[in-house]
Design a protein around this ligand. Structure first.
Ligand code: UD1
Ligand code: CA
Length: 456
């Protein structure tokens, strides 16, 4: 049967107290609405329509990589009205529409598939995903008849004394028969406590026409909505636990999974050990047998097998096999570091390549440089890549020995197997096999201290 989805994302999310629309707040590094879109796609639904309104431009921008269709809700007159705004999208279609909200990101593919099968298999005109909860405050209540069939949904603010006690809640996740939905949304009114057109009223309307309504209870962990920053943190925690569990199942050791922050798209090889306080973001890949000691942030980077990283920041870069990084290194975008290299403490590298076995052990800046293999950088080396106007490139061959406190004023070339004396400021090419000394010669003035009367 044909299937499509509508995701409601036009609300502002007042309780978030944010200048961003609620649905583009992130959990585990991904916008909530994008998580919902991806779940729909992975559940076998191709056409996804997102209803935007408040902050429409920002929501469209955030979802631009997802290839969805948009409907626009000018005024936020309720969830039923939001669906009316997608009427054009549904018009000529026959089959099933799944309606979800952009603020409930914990739903899983398994459950969406189960919902669709339950709905289509049971020949329902509408099927609601529900949860049984201890505290139903704020949620719409599922009202069932004596025969246990669903008769309607009543919003919290519209409940009578009996209804308010019901602890089966509406998740705001449904499947509808498209034509039945289109017919019944025309009949919605806003005679209720909030003066809104409620999508939930469609259930009562269909029921009164004698249609069959399905309801599928699932754990609240999958249906909880995010309306506040507190719930955002709650949702993040659930998602984090799921992601971290998956990595542990794949053979990754997480010393403290509650304090390890791994984005949804990150890949990690087995026998890698991750200490607390690590933040892995974007499309980062960490291969096998790495050790990530506490407190690094690694974004969009590839870390090859056997690498050790301590308390460092690595952005859009590649780190070769068996290399060590940190503590306190800053690897900036477009850096490629070779195998068995050593990048030590307080080293910053930007847009540079560093060859295999090269050691940059302490207090060094390398920017816009090509560095060969087997080099050794003394403490305090600076690649002077910027003259205040433009950036220049430095090229260093293999097995160069750069003495401590050297300045390499770019553009400059240092050839293979050369040495640079400590404290040199290099402005000219260093030939292969040469020693370059570029500093003032030392002069000692005997007895100077006494002559000046400074002797203690
Ligand atoms: C809704 C349900 C409630 C359910 C709860 C589950 C209704 C009337 N109520 O309540 O039964 O228990 O979700 O989380 O449907 N939105 C629009 N346009 C609007 C209003 C809302 O696009 O005019 C979008 C919002 O962006 C949000 C979603 O719909 O993503 C839900 O809206 P929200 O105001 O959060 O509904 P709840 O009060 O949570
Ligand atoms: Ca909500």
């Amino acid at each position: 049967m044909y299937k499509c989805a509508i995701i409601l994302a036009a609300g502002e999310g007042k309780r978030m107290k944010s200048s961003l629309p609620k649905v583009i707040h992130k959990i585990c590094e991904t916008e909530m609405v994008n998580i919902v879109i991806d779940v729909m796609r992975n559940s076998g639904i191709d056409e996804v329509n997102v209803v935007v309104g408040k902050g429409a431009d920002k929501v469209k921008e955030a979802t631009s990589s997802r290839n969805v269709i948009y409907s626009f809700q000018d005024k936020q007159l309720g969830t039923g009205h939001a669906v009316m705004c997608a009427e054009e999208f549904l018009q000529e279609k026959k089959g099933t529409v799944a309606i979800f909200t952009g603020d409930a990101p914990l739903i899983t593919e398994d459950t969406v598939k189960k919902l669709i099968n339950f709905h289509e298999g049971g020949n329902y005109k509408a099927t609601i995903l529900t949860s049984i909860v201890d505290n139903p405050t704020g949620y719409g209540r599922i009202v069932r008849e004596k025969d246990n069939n669903v008769s309607k949904i009543v919003e919290h603010k519209d409940c009578n004394e009996e209804e308010i006690k019901i602890n089966e809640i509406n998740s705001a996740m449904y499947c509808f028969d498209i034509q039945a939905l289109l017919e019944s949304i025309k009949k919605l009114n806003n005679n209720n406590a909030q003066g809104e057109y409620y999508l939930t009223d469609v259930i009562g309307i269909l029921k009164n026409q004698g249609e069959k309504i399905g309801a599928l209870p699932v754990p609240f962990e999958e249906t909880m909505g995010v309306n506040s920053r507190i719930q955002l943190a709650d949702a993040e925690k659930v998602m984090r636990r799921r992601i971290n569990r998956k990595h542990m199942e794949n053979g990754v050791t997480l010393i403290d999974p509650d304090n390890t922050y791994i984005g949804k798209d990150v890949e990690i090889g087995n026998d890698t050990v991750i200490y607390p306080g690590n933040v892995l973001q974007g499309k980062t890949i960490i291969k096998e047998e790495c050790i990530l000691y506490p407190n690094s942030r690694i974004d969009n980077s590839t870390v090859e097998k056997g690498v050790t990283i301590q308390s460092s920041v690595i952005l859009d870069s590649k780190i070769g096999e068996n290399t060590t990084v940190g503590p306190f290194a800053y690897i900036r975008p477009l850096t490629v570091i070779g195998k068995s290299a050593r990048i030590g403490d307080f080293v910053e590298i930007k847009k540079s390549t560093i060859g295999d076995n090269t050691k940059v052990s302490h207090l060094t800046y390398i920017g816009d440089a090509e560095v060969g293999s087997g080099c050794n950088f003394g403490c305090g080396t600076v690649v002077v890549n910027y003259d205040g106007t433009a950036k220049y490139k430095t090229i260093i061959g293999d097995n160069a020995f750069i003495g401590c406190n050297t300045n390499l004023v770019s553009p400059v070339i240092v050839k293979d197997n050369s040495y640079i004396a400590a404290g040199s400021t290099i402005t000219k090419e260093v030939p292969e096999g040469a020693l370059a000394v570029a500093r003032a010669r030392q002069k000692n003035i005997e007895g100077w201290v006494e002559k000046k009367g400074l002797k203690k």
